[in-house]
Design a protein around this ligand. Structure first.
Ligand code: PLZ
Length: 456
């Protein structure tokens, strides 16, 4: 496709303070018109986005370490996605797949059936949002098992709809004042290594025992589904202790519970493998994708064992926009972008570069207690190094310092004390190095007891 606009220079540039005057004016207008129920990480209005850069209306160029929360992994104006969507836009924008069909829906399903882990016959259902994929995985699991209950984990995030709010752990902002929630959702321990009371080495065995206990308390035979993120995103970018996911797989199989892997944030190349569950060789009965599946258009998927996916009565699944043709076209563009494996290699390269800059801060500051993650899904956790008392004020100060200097980072975690890095996989080396340098310097500046010996 011939680009109609000039490329966005891949360098950080501050033309004004952040947010600039135009963004400030637009933000005050927004406050007059848009519900106050939406928060915002950084009140900057974007004009163009490409590669690792978000260009704002004031002429600033920010380094993007957020990818719109792990969505624009292939870049926010990827040529494969643009070409496919433009071509589809000319033909038609919508028919509703439940009214008349189009081939791209099947093509997206074929790709997911082929590329998701699991050497068994699969089927795929497409929807629009991640929350919808989670809801539908529960519907399918209930229809297939004839059981009601759903097992989820501490610090989980699965969405903002009624059922997915019940499945999400964090109260504020997600659940506060929105109850009552659907019942039959039970929460079990997550093998989170850093804060496991008896030490990280015991996390897997003790958490699995806790899972068995939760199942026993409510009757394991009543559970339709067990839903887990292979790496927790919103909950604090928690990588489960080794063996936890495989242990859950074994427990689910033993009790006839559908094992659902929520790869909505961690999947589609983010961790350096197409799916994060591949790192531990774990295979879900159902796997959920959204976000980076489409590079920015709304599309989500439930993919899994044919006998489960077909257990639902005809007409039981759907939605007006489920598998919208523009979104399916975008997904096919994303698959093209992933075809040569270079984006997965980029994710692994991003991890190596970032760890080299961030890991020295563990010994070099009094506030960094963990640098963790896989591929381009990385985090720095701030807490008192002796007591592990969370330090959300440090995370907030570091994020504010990064934002001021034109580096967009996200704060996450149950305690709000984790800075999360989710750069587009297409970010260039120089941009990555520049953004990491700003982050490391901001952390050193926020450190309560700076150690002069650390050179970044
Ligand atoms: N499952 C693992 O990460 C969405 C939420 C941002 P939707 N995460 C970003 C916010 O504050 O709303 C997410 C996820 C996992 C499910 C979802 C839900 O996906 O597309 O936002 O519905």
């Amino acid at each position: 496709m011939t680009p109609t606009t000039r490329p966005v220079p891949q360098s950080r540039h501050l033309a004004t303070s952040i947010p600039g005057p135009k963004s400030q004016t637009l933000h005050s207008k927004r406050l007059q018109e848009v519900t106050g129920g939406f928060g915002v990480t950084l009140p900057v209005f974007i004009d163009r986005a490409e590669g690792g850069i978000l260009a704002d209306v004031d002429g600033n160029r920010l380094i993007d370490f957020a990818s719109g929360i792990a969505v624009t992994s292939v870049g926010a104006s990827n040529p494969h996605v643009q070409a496919r969507v433009a071509e589809q836009l000319e033909r038609f924008t919508h028919t509703c797949f439940m009214v008349t069909e189009y081939e791209s829906f099947t093509e997206v399903a074929t790709w997911l059936n082929e590329h998701t882990p699991g050497d068994f016959e699969k089927r795929t259902a497409l929807f629009s949002t991640g929350s919808e994929a989670v809801e539908n995985a529960v519907k399918i699991s209930r229809a297939a098992t004839g059981r009601d209950k759903v097992l989820v984990f501490d610090d989980a995030y699965h969405g903002r709809t009624m059922l997915t709010m019940a499945m999400t752990a964090k109260e504020n902002p997600y659940k506060k004042s929105f109850g009552p929630f659907p019942s039959d959702v039970h929460r079990a321990p997550m093998a989170a290594p850093l804060r496991w009371a008896t030490g990280a080495e015991n996390a897997t065995a003790e958490a699995l025992a806790g899972v068995e206990q939760t199942l026993a308390d409510h009757g394991a035979e009543n559970f339709a589904a067990m839903v887990i993120e292979p790496i927790q995103g919103e909950g604090g970018l928690i990588v489960p202790a080794t063996g936890f996911l495989t242990g859950l797989r074994e427990i689910a199989t033993r009790h006839g519970i559908v094992f659902v892997i929520d790869e909505i944030q961690a999947g589609m190349g983010r961790t350096g493998a197409l799916f994060a569950s591949e790192h531990e060789g774990v295979v879900g009965d159902l796997i959920l994708t959204a976000k980076a599946l489409v590079g920015g258009l709304p599309l989500s998927a439930v993919t899994g064992r044919a006998e489960l996916m077909n257990a639902v009565h005809t007409g039981g699944l759907g939605g007006t926009y489920a598998g919208n043709p523009l979104a399916c076209a975008a997904a096919l563009g994303v698959f093209e972008a992933f075809a040569d494996g270079s984006l997965l290699a980029n994710a692994r390269r991003i991890e190596t570069t970032a760890r080299a800059v961030l890991e020295p801060l563990l010994a070099g500051t009094a506030v960094v207690v963990d640098v963790r993650g896989r591929g381009a899904m990385l985090a720095v956790e701030f807490a008192d190094q002796n007591t592990l008392e969370p330090l959300p004020e440090i995370a907030k100060a570091v994020a504010a310092a990064c934002h001021e200097q034109g580096v967009l980072v996200l704060v996450c975690g149950t305690y709000g004390n984790v800075i999360r890095l989710l750069p587009p996989l297409v970010i260039g080396d120089e941009l990555l190095a520049d953004g990491l340098q700003v982050l490391a310097e901001s952390i050193l500046a926020a450190d309560r007891e700076p150690v002069a010996a650390v050179v970044v």
